[in-house]
Ligand binder design. Structure first.
Ligand code: FES
Length: 65
């Protein structure tokens, strides 16, 4: 089984490593970059991917314990 890791970066996106397929709500595959960073702040103009907007809004990505 291939290893997939999703890392919640500090105050930034989820970094995804390993072979994954990302689809929309209808199951259609979405074009994906070589390095996948999924938006965690909700403010990206390129969802589901991070576009760096979290830096502009001073996103606090502190994880719940
Ligand atoms: S986490 Fe980067 S734009 Fe949302």
């Amino acid at each position: 089984m291939p290893d997939v890791t999703i890392t919640a970066t500090k105050n930034g996106p989820y970094a995804v490593t390993g072979p994954v397929t990302i689809t929309d709500h209808n199951g259609r595959k979405i074009d994906q970059p070589a390095q996948i960073a999924l938006c965690r702040c909700g403010q990206s103009a390129n969802k589901p991917y991070c576009d760096g907007m979290h830096l502009s809004i001073d996103f606090d990505g502190t994880l719940a314990k």
